[in-house]
Design a protein around this ligand. Structure first.
Ligand code: TYM
Length: 327
């Protein structure tokens, strides 16, 4: 099957991105025709630094290769290197209503952050995302839960287009992992994200000491009254993280220990820190080596862009023909 997914070059990859999306891409590239993009056009819709963006783009590429994105298996490129993405965005914007775009949760939330200056790019963001996906006749889109609504919109745009113009696009389907929405370390009601401060997330490049410190100040079960309350550990954000890094035996011990007040939050967090670091350490070591040669990374991205553009140009020609833009 054809797979497309993307990530913004936001500087730091966190555990939410890793467990919600990136780890899945690495697994799925083994069995699917995968296209993975660093979506730098999307990054322009929020507060960005023009002088930092090139460095952040290379850093994200380095992180992803260190995690296991294999340019031999996935087409791996930077969005702005394939201009067909923005070309298709315009066409698709004529197949979606303003009302639908204003209804998007992410738009509603982000436009609250700076009410007096809501950028049109913020509104158009999901149309660009639909273009990313539809341009390659994508069937599956592995993402975190926060992106599902945008995929639903891409499906709707594909339907509207097919209805008026004739069958052209495939309706893509979102694919989630078992960690579709990792929560903030400081506020378990909020999703883990880079924008809420360093102590709210664990970065893939964090040292063991940093992970211990961040987990040390992380909120455990907010609703807990007594440690012996049944189900306490299931509701706890820290226990939830154990699901992804600790063995079944360790988890059973922690759950029993927590319920019977035999182990405290401190030891529970320390064990988690060690297990998280055991998974991150090889990635960090690989990253160090790759980062020594940024020119090689640029070459990988250029090669990926060429491959992506070959598909994009072919599909774009067909789309333009169907819409009546070729004469
Ligand atoms: P972005 O860059 O915000 O995040 C990249 C991926 O990480 C997932 N994610 C999470 N998953 C679980 N828990 C969390 N706390 C968490 N935080 C982030 C996101 O769901 C995402 O899958 N609009 C997209 C990028 C994009 C895209 C696309 C994705 C652009 N075009 C086409 C798929 C297909 C975004 O900003 O993701």
């Amino acid at each position: 099957m054809k797979l497309f997914s993307g990530i913004q070059p936001s500087g730091t990859l966190h555990l939410g991105n890793y467990l919600g999306a990136v780890k899945n891409w690495i697994k799925l590239q083994e069995e699917h025709e995968s296209i993975i993009s660093i979506v730098n056009y999307h990054a322009l819709s929020s507060d960005f630094s023009a002088s930092l963006l090139p460095k952040q783009t290379i850093e994200m590429a380095t992180d992803l290769i260190a995690c296991g994105i294999d340019p031999q298996k996935s087409i791996f490129f930077v969005q702005s290197d394939v201009p067909e993405h923005t070309e298709l965005t315009w066409i698709l914007s004529c197949f979606v209503s303003l009302g639908e775009l204003k209804r998007m949760t992410q738009f509603k939330e982000k436009s609250q952050e700076n009410k007096k200056n809501v950028k049109a790019g913020l509104l158009y963001y999901p149309v660009l995302m639909a273009a990313d996906i539809l341009l390659y006749q994508t069937q599956i889109v592995p993402v975190g839960e926060d992106q599902l609504q945008h995929i639903e919109l891409a499906r709707m745009i594909a339907r509207n287009f097919n209805k008026k113009i004739g069958k052209t696009f495939i309706e893509p389907r979102g694919v989630l992992t078992k960690a579709p929405r990792l929560m903030s370390l400081k506020n378990p009601q909020e999703k883990m994200s880079k924008s809420k401060g360093e102590n709210t997330y664990i970065a893939l490049n964090d040292s063991l000491e940093t992970i211990e410190k961040k987990l040390g100040s992380a909120i455990t079960d907010p609703a807990r009254k007594k440690i012996s309350d049944p189900g306490t550990s299931q509701k706890c954000n820290i226990y939830h993280l154990h699901q992804f890094f600790s063995t079944l035996k360790e988890r059973e011990e922690i759950e029993q220990g927590c319920r019977r007040a035999k182990i405290g939050c401190l030891s529970c967090k320390k064990a988690l820190a060690q297990n998280i670091f055991a998974e991150l350490k090889p990635i960090q070591e690989k990253r160090k080596k790759i980062a020594e040669n940024p020119e090689k990374i640029k070459k990988i991205l250029q090669k990926g862009a060429k491959k992506a553009q070959q598909i994009a140009q072919k599909n774009m020609k067909e789309i333009k023909e169907k819409v009546g833009l070729l004469f």
